[in-house]
Design a protein around this ligand. Structure first.
Ligand code: UDX
Length: 481
């Protein structure tokens, strides 16, 4: 088999749509399938259903090489490789609901009359490839007509396109050499470095001289690599958050600690940002799925429980800080800056910010919220009420508020006009769940500044410590000591 004639991507969500656009960018002809007809219609008319940098540009650039359809059979029929990128939501037991995967596999089984590679792209539990094989055998598909492979995706929301085209690594877990070779050809534009020399190629960390490696593994190893990688990153975040609690208890500064730890090349500086903890559609779900997977395999993995517990605790720590600063919360007006689970996205799934808002509302606080992108989505779960409203910008949100809370690490919140913020707030109090500012800067602008894993700071405290540090010339030696 030469270069695959066409690729079929089943599922037009974050992973599927980004994969389809990027495969087209790499020169492939792509069918992109979804059973949500409204979504297909929107995509066909040039609309983009998700907020993701670079995606609108790629979709419009490749309008002629991506075919959006609701017909999985037609799309799979015309393709040599079928990527399954449908949703794999968490089920009530913490495991993964694979019903969409099962529906997609059943849907394409009739098209398996000539050889195709079926690729798990969604994050799935270990041994899903075996289950897919069994399902196809039950549909009486000739085993010579397909191979299953696992090709997990590591893209992050907000930088998904660049992550896809400039990956750290490409993992191909294949059950046969034939399938591995097909996937190697799909990714050849990246692994050979050819893509990066193409006119108009999107710039990122990779280049022709530094092309991404492709690691071939068994399907089971590939499935575990995805869950283990996300759980390990979640572990780094929970670890630094646990250290931040200790730092607070002893008056140390978590930002200094993260910096010092990150300078060890074996640890590295990334994913050591302390704060409200992780959220989103992946980390919480993947850690839970890894827990369920380990338990089902009879393997105790209690470290995973600690990762989740520490992450939950961070939200309580934050709400306690708000209560500590404002004393009682009933009737207090607070400005909430940030609703998305992280900056650069409108996604609010498992957003720590949403949980904090819910807790504050249940304590009787009155909230005016602002987010650069996620307000529309938030209003579907937290509609406007007597105690909750939404503002057009952060200064309107803060106007007359007893304190401003920074809950999401948006770039916009890193460059607030601090003098203006101090002027519009009723009291100049900022409680920062993402440590976006230095205490010195905030105090200089007159704020009481409370953050995560660092000593509280206020103009009064600084004045006192300055006096202590700079004794008057008349002070006696015993006073100075
Ligand atoms: C993550 C993985 O990074 C990606 O490889 C996988 O494919 C999907 O899940 P994503 O959820 O888009 O990506 O965002 P990421 O940037 O990894 O952040 C996840 C969460 O961790 C966010 O809530 C973020 O605020 C939080 N985080 C991240 C921290 O609290 N501290 C950090 O140091 C880093």
């Amino acid at each position: 088999m030469g270069t695959p004639s066409a690729l079929c991507v089943v599922g037009c969500g974050y992973v599927g749509l980004v994969a389809a656009a990027c495969f087209a960018e790499m020169g492939h002809r792509v069918f992109c399938v979804d059973n949500d007809q409204a979504r297909i219609d929107l995509l066909r008319s040039g609309g983009v259903p998700i907020f993701e940098r670079d995606l609108p540009e790629l979709l419009s650039r490749h309008r002629n090489s991506i075919n959006f359809t609701g017909d999985i059979e037609e799309a799979a029929e015309a393709s040599d490789v079928v990527f399954i990128a449908v949703g794999t939501p968490q089920d009530p037991t913490g495991g993964v609901d694979l019903s969409y995967v099962e529906t997609a596999i059943s849907g394409l089984s009739r098209t398996l009359t000539r050889y195709k590679v079926i690729v798990e792209k969604s994050t799935v539990p270990v041994r899903t490839s075996t289950r897919i094989r069994r399902l196809l055998e039950r549909h009486r598909v000739d085993p010579a007509c397909f191979d299953i492979a696992s090709n997990p995706e590591f893209l992050r929301e907000g930088s998904a396109v660049i992550d896809f085209l400039h990956p750290d690594r490409i993992i191909v877990g294949a059950e046969s050499q034939r399938a591995a070779e097909v996937l190697a050809r799909v990714y050849e534009p990246l692994t050979s470095g050819r893509y990066y020399e193409q006119p108009g190629a999107l710039r990122g960390p990779r280049s022709a001289a530094c092309a991404p490696p492709l690691l071939q593994t068994s399907p089971e190893s590939a499935e575990i690599i995805k869950h283990a990688s996300n759980s390990f990153l979640a572990l780094k975040i929970s670890f630094i958050n646990a250290v931040s609690t200790l730092a607070e208890a002893v008056g140390a500064d978590i930002e200094e600690i993260s910096k010092g730890m990150g300078m060890d090349s074996r640890i590295g500086p990334r994913f050591l940002r302390a704060g409200l903890g992780y959220g989103g559609s992946c980390f919480p779900k993947d850690v839970a799925a890894f827990q369920a997977d380990s338990a089902q395999s009879g393997v105790g993995f209690r470290l995973l429980d600690d990762i989740c517990n520490i992450n939950d605790y961070q939200k309580k720590v934050f709400v306690d800080k708000v209560a500590g600063a404002l004393w009682t919360l009933r009737g207090k007006r607070v400005a909430v800056l940030g609703l998305a689970y992280k900056g650069g996205t409108d996604d609010i799934r498992k957003s720590p910010s949403i949980e904090v808002v819910q807790r504050l509302l249940s304590e009787g606080a009155v909230i005016v919220a602002y987010d650069p992108a996620a307000m529309e989505k938030t209003q579907t779960v937290l509609p406007v009420s007597d105690n909750l409203s939404y503002a057009h910008n952060l200064y309107d949100a803060a106007s007359g508020a007893d304190a401003a809370l920074i809950l999401t690490d948006w770039e916009e919140f890193k460059s607030i006009d601090l003098d203006r913020l101090a002027q519009v707030l009723r009291y100049p109090i900022v409680i920062d769940g993402r440590n976006l500012y230095s205490a010195a800067t905030m105090v200089e602008h007159g704020f009481t500044y409370i953050s995560m894993g660092r000593p509280d700071a206020s103009p009064q405290h600084v004045r006192k410590s300055c006096l202590a540090a700079e004794p008057s010339p008349e002070a006696s030696l015993s006073e100075v000591l």
